[in-house]
Design a protein around this ligand. Structure first.
Ligand code: HAM
Length: 434
């Protein structure tokens, strides 16, 4: 019997896992250094956490959730996204007391039973951030800036930012009425999905990709024209701040997003190398959700990036994140093995900055060979594994309390180094700051 992973859910194999670790590492440094703190919520939530926030009529809730009853008959759902669980946790643990403007981030798997295709899986990973506790337009701009910076630090270019505003709850309700009225006598021309949307979730008809729907909606009322004075003012300020932060964007009047909790600013980042699933990240404001979940009446804004899509968009560049540097120690004889174990422990701790020392290079691997293979065969193996440096611990070296270091990228170069200088010498040769 041969098993395969569940359809739409993929293994991340050891030959690729470093790319994922590197994206996560960059995200943690960028977000932590900007005052965001990590939150880890369970993968399962009570189903109503999602139905109440994302909305009963959205695609996610109506078609894509993994929902089941547990042994006690409670309805549970594998989280399809991170925002609703975070708001649940924020209210449950009164996190407003931690900081009135709380910055949070999360990294982890989400689950949606969509039809799998390039850039769309049933288990996928998001890196997300939320600022809870403020309605200030500065926070909208801060969140988009963080998202843009992250993509750039990942090494990604060629993405574009779409921006729109849905207005407050009242604006949204009024606009839905206007749009329904506009579509009233045009429904027969719409695609099957939009016929249903026109009844249940009319806003989504606006971003339908079907050509006839696009034609029909070309003259539809504009959501921006339906904003109240406060929401218009807020959106104008957000756009102004985007200029201040030097964030290029296009206004996209049909951008409505697939989750009901949004109010006000919404945005999406697209990348042309992704094909039909071209959103690499997205987000927006959700100013009523915290209160609806029984918390204080505070505004919030956030984003999530799809990690699989970032990796697809990186293309060949992703290999730069996948690199590590290998140092091999070759001890010759039993005494050398013991000295080698000590040296390996020292190198691993110091070169990788653990627990306290110098650089922050997590990508240096020190391998100590403890079998009795000959120097030649160990050198061949180091070469095959693309080692940068080899440390040879032979009898003569040990007598002199030294090692021989061979730089594998520079032919014929081998030098004798005193034991207490080895870590510094290796660090220097690997380009670490000493
Ligand atoms: P979302 O637009 O549903 O927003 O998802 C965010 C990103 O997750 C998408 O832009 C995409 O890159 C990725 N993604 C979504 N579905 C899939 C899939 N099936 N396969 C691969 N990648 C996928 C949210 O989830 C909101 N919680 C974002 C947010 C945070 N809004 C406010 N705060």
């Amino acid at each position: 019997m041969k098993y395969q992973s569940v359809k739409g859910m993929e293994d991340i194999l050891p030959q690729d896992s470093r790319i994922w670790q590197e994206l996560e590492r960059i995200a943690r440094i960028e977000l932590e250094s900007n005052g965001y703190r990590e939150i880890r919520t369970p993968i399962l939530e009570e189903t109503s956490v999602f139905t109440r926030s994302i909305g009963e009529t959205t695609d996610i809730v109506s078609k894509e959730m993994y929902t089941f009853e547990d042994r006690k008959g409670r309805s549970l759902t594998l989280r399809p996204e991170g925002t609703a669980p975070i708001v649940r946790a924020y209210v449950e643990h009164s996190l407003n007391q931690l900081d009135p403007q709380l910055r949070l981030y999360y990294i982890g798997p989400m689950f949606r039973a969509e039809r799998p295709q390039k850039g769309r899986s049933r288990q996928f990973y998001q890196i997300g951030a939320e600022i809870i506790g403020s309605r200030e337009p500065q926070m909208d701009a801060e969140i988009v800036l963080r998202l843009k910076n992250l993509l750039e630090y990942f090494g990604l270019g060629g993405f574009s930012i779409k921006l729109n505003s849905l207005g407050c709850k009242e604006d949204k309700a009024k606009f839905k009425e206007r749009l329904s009225l506009y579509l009233k006598d045009k429904k027969t021309g719409l695609c099957d999905d939009c016929k249903v949307r026109a009844e249940k979730n009319v806003l989504r008809a606006l971003d339908c990709k079907n050509e006839t729907c696009i034609q029909i909606l070309r003259d539809a009322p504009n959501i921006i024209d339906s904003l109240c004075a406060d929401c218009k003012d807020h959106f104008d300020k957000v756009k102004e701040l985007m200029g201040v932060f030097n964030i290029g964007f296009v206004e996209a009047k049909n951008l409505v997003r697939g989750l009901d909790y949004y109010t006000g600013t919404v945005f999406e980042i697209n990348h042309s190398d992704l094909g039909s699933q071209d959103a690499i990240g997205a987000g927006g404001r959700y100013d009523t959700l915290v209160k609806e979940f029984g918390g204080p009446d505070v505004g919030a804004v956030g984003f999530a990036i799809g990690m699989e899509r970032v990796i697809i968009a990186l293309g060949e560049k992703k290999e730069q994140l996948n690199k590590s540097k290998l140092v091999c120690i070759i001890p010759l004889g039993n005494n050398a093995k013991i000295a080698g174990m000590k040296l390996a422990a020292d190198l691993r701790r110091k070169l990788n900055g653990l627990p306290t020392e110098r650089s922050y290079a997590l990508n240096i691997i020190t391998r100590l060979n403890l079998d009795d293979a000959s120097l030649n065969s160990q050198m061949r193996s180091a070469n095959k594994n693309n080692a940068e440096l080899v440390i040879i611990l032979g009898e003569d070296e040990l007598k002199n309390n030294s090692v021989s270091i061979k730089d594998m990228k520079k032919k014929d170069e081998q030098l004798l180094v005193k034991m207490d200088r080895v870590v510094d010498e290796i660090g220097k040769r690997l380009g670490l700051p000493c």
